[in-house]
Design a protein around this ligand. Structure first.
Ligand SMILES: [Zn+2]
Ligand SMILES: [Zn+2]
Length: 276
């Protein structure tokens, strides 16, 4: 039976003969059902349409894993290579034999995780291809659309490989997380942030929201809590969820000032000026 993939969010669902009646990820008010209604695909259909994985080196020890042509919302995953355990973060909704061969040549994958359920993609396919564990926050247990014995849950942090740690921050989802990689950016430290902190068009800034497509903010106390958890980590670079969305250096201070700017705007009594 095919395990159906939602064409809007790229989440793969449990094996069923017929497509599910709806996608819970897209029905959630943080997302949206595609304008043409709920549509599904199988991996075979996506392959026949010409999709292929796009794997590119980003810096020593880090590869981007995307899909071309764009699938669903077009996120690109990230593969951290440590030499003593590799981690796939924010999983594409597609996988093919060429990608498996490429990643095998890089040492395979030991653990799969994601910033949040919008980026779970075809995580079970990726994990099974490499006999990897799927490590997800217990807080977002209800959002797993394809349960699997490879899934194990963590509460607030989980070490996945030397210098590679999942840190649950909350915000966008209760289980929204960052992957902290101490070896990245020449040893200055890197955050892989997905939508937990999103790198915006001006790549010297980030933003944080409850819903990105529907533009719904979070409350100030939750935002402060996320900042506190991130600020406790040592890092100089942030990789967001799409190609090119990277705060290349000075990222810790840029995250702090971005959150402070945001809070000034949503907490100010004044309208229009944001003067606090
Ligand atoms: Zn969906
Ligand atoms: Zn999201």
């Amino acid at each position: 039976m095919p395990a159906w993939i939602c064409r809007t969010c790229a989440n793969q669902h449990t094996d069923t003969a017929e497509p599910p009646p709806s996608c819970a990820i897209c029905e959630d008010p943080r997302q949206y059902v595609g304008w043409e209604g709920q549509r599904w695909a199988t991996l075979d259909e996506l392959e026949a349409e010409g999709h292929a994985c796009d794997i590119r080196p980003l810096e020593p020890g880090l590869y981007g894993v995307g899909v071309t042509p764009q699938l669903a919302i077009g996120q690109r995953g990230l593969l951290v290579i440590t030499g003593a355990g590799n981690v796939l973060w924010d999983v594409p909704g597609y996988i093919d034999d060429a990608a498996i061969a490429t990643v095998r040549g890089l040492g395979g994958i030991d653990a799969v995780s994601a910033s949040h359920p919008h980026f779970y993609g075809a995580m079970v396919e990726w994990a099974h291809a490499f006999d990897a564990a799927i490590v997800l926050p217990a807080a977002d247990r209800e959002w797993v659309q394809r349960p699997d014995p490879a899934v194990r849950h963590y509460e607030d942090t989980a070490h996945l490989a030397p210098g590679v740690t999942l840190v649950r921050c909350g915000g966008h989802f209760d289980g929204s997380a960052v992957l902290h990689w101490t070896g990245g950016a020449g040893g200055a430290g890197v955050l892989l942030s997905g939508d937990t902190l999103t790198v915006v068009q001006d790549r010297d800034w980030i933003s944080i929201m409850w819903s990105y497509p529907n533009l719904v903010p979070l409350d100030p106390s939750t935002i402060r809590d996320v900042l506190g958890r991130v600020d406790a980590l040592a890092f100089d670079r942030v990789y967001g969820g799409w190609w090119g969305r990277v705060v290349r250096r000075g990222a810790k201070e840029k995250v702090r000032r971005s959150i402070e700017r945001y809070l000034r705007m949503i907490e100010s009594e004044a309208t229009g000026g944001g003067e606090a």
